[in-house]
Design a binder for this molecule. Structure first.
Ligand code: DAH
Length: 455
């Protein structure tokens, strides 16, 4: 039975290898899917070999083979990939900003840090409270209780500041458990930006206040925290840093979207554990508002963790690259970024990253919709667990998964859920037979992992 199970499981991964040729079959970054029907979880081997390093597994482990198969692709560094062009344009914009004394670029750009980070880096270092939801297993891919795939590039802020950088961008792949639809994929890319100022830089560089510089201070020990600023900061320092941040971001988007004069944008008050005050920046396109980034004045305790809490104040932002590239190039589905199909990639084969391009669909292959209805013998399935399972089996042939019906049947004392699974390949027409096989595999895996009856 075990051997049969194994064979079945390997056969399911064929579908997913077929579409993701590059490194999916790399020996180390994968494992077999076996289930514990009582705990309703995947059974992990005692250690996972990831990028040639062994990590012990434990009750926090929830990575899956689909995620592991994507490691090391570094789409943002793949020549002529749309994310490569976009990061080039962001680089160019920041390289133009010069340090006034040295006339060298102010910002350093780091784009090659490993996405495997510690809980300390991803959460503690940037002052995320212990009970904050962003730490939960249901939102992240943990390798074990101390190690995870970074959920944001903010994980590197403190290390980079500590290493001596006062102004930098950090670009990389980030990992989050989420719903499945054309704008969400468990791996996406972010660009983090940070700039710090000491008293001299903040007040001297600002021509308007130069005459008053001797009276102006960053810190005032008796100042209280309110909606506009943190305790200990002077309002004038905060306002100058806020102006620098907002100017930097609006100018960046003016260069990315040259027709920005007609582009409406707005700042929305937000909350993040690592900044205060905080904002989100949105732009309006065809009557729809898109949130592009989060940002704010760095919490002084984050700077204290970096060893610079006494003299410096700073801003930070984190922007999602796929979101911007989808708007900029008219890319309709986030899975396309992972396509190895020449019909997609050839549209981005050019040297000059500033070239305006509108993506033309190669052709729209038909969707195929199958529903999955289940009675749960024990607990209700967390939809995020189901999404991971579906993506692990169906790979990038899955366009969307919707929980379309859920109820509790009193007489039977059972939960019922129905999911609609929408299959569509980005580069070919799928046969009914092929989809039925994948769907059957998904049903089998559901029965094994969750102890359900398929209806
Ligand atoms: N890390 C945040 C996220 O992934 C984005 C972010 C918000 C980054 C505010 C920042 C910041 O640096 O200041 O949702």
């Amino acid at each position: 039975m075990r051997i049969l199970n194994r064979l079945l499981i390997q056969s399911t991964f064929r579908y997913h290898y077929r579409t993701n040729t590059v490194k999916a079959q790399k020996k180390s970054n994968t494992f077999n899917l076996e289930y514990d029907p009582i705990k309703q979880t995947i059974i992990y081997p005692p250690e996972l070999l990831i990028n040639n390093k062994n990590y012990p597994t434990d009750s926090w482990t929830n990575v899956n083979p689909h995620i592991l198969s994507r490691l090391g692709q570094n789409l943002h560094r793949q020549k002529n990939h749309p994310l490569y062009h976009l990061t080039n344009r962001i680089r160019q914009y920041f390289y133009q900003q010069k340090d006034p004394r040295k006339q060298s670029p102010k910002f350093s750009i780091i784009d090659n840090l490993s996405p495997i980070v510690t809980v300390q880096q991803n959460f503690d270092s940037i002052c995320t409270p212990n009970d904050h939801v962003s730490r939960t297993k249901s939102m992240n891919y943990y390798i074990n209780k101390d190690t995870l795939f970074r959920a944001h590039t903010s994980a590197h802020q403190v290390d980079l500041i500590r290493s001596g950088l006062n102004a930098f961008l950090c670009i990389g792949d980030v990992y989050r458990r989420d719903s499945i639809d054309p704008t969400h994929y468990p791996i996406f890319h972010q660009c983090e930006g940070v700039q710090l100022f000491n008293k001299e830089e903040l007040f001297m560089e600002n021509r308007n206040v130069r005459g008053e510089k001797d009276n102006l201070q960053i810190f005032a020990p008796n100042e209280y925290r309110d909606a506009t600023k943190q305790e200990g900061h002077t309002l004038e320092a905060v306002k100058l840093v806020e102006a620098s941040l907002k100017q930097t971001i609006t100018d960046l988007f003016k260069t990315l979207f040259p027709n920005a004069s007609t582009l409406n944008s707005r700042w929305i008050d937000a909350t993040f554990p690592f900044t205060h005050p905080s904002w989100e920046y949105e732009i309006e396109i065809d009557g729809k508002w898109y949130e592009l980034l989060g940002c704010g004045i760095i919490e002084q305790s984050v700077l204290e963790n970096s060893g610079l809490g006494k003299d410096y104040i700073g801003w930070a932002f984190g922007l999602g690259l796929e979101r911007i590239a989808m708007i900029m190039y008219g890319i309709p589905d986030i899975r396309l970024f992972w396509s190895t199909d020449s019909g997609f990639l050839s549209q981005f084969q050019f040297e000059d990253s500033t070239r305006p391009v509108q993506y033309k669909p190669v052709s729209a292959y038909p969707q195929c919709i199958n529903d999955l209805s289940m009675w749960m013998n024990k607990t209700r399935i967390d939809p995020l667990d189901l999404y991971d399972l579906v993506r692990s089996i169906g790979g990038d042939l899955i366009e969307q998964v919707l929980l379309i019906d859920e109820f509790y049947h009193e007489k039977k004392d059972k939960h019922s859920q129905t999911y609609r699974i929408i299959y569509r390949s980005m580069d070919r027409t799928l046969t009914k037979n092929e989809i039925n096989m994948i769907h059957k595999d998904i049903e089998n895996h559901c029965q094994k992992q969750f102890d359900v009856e398929i209806r």
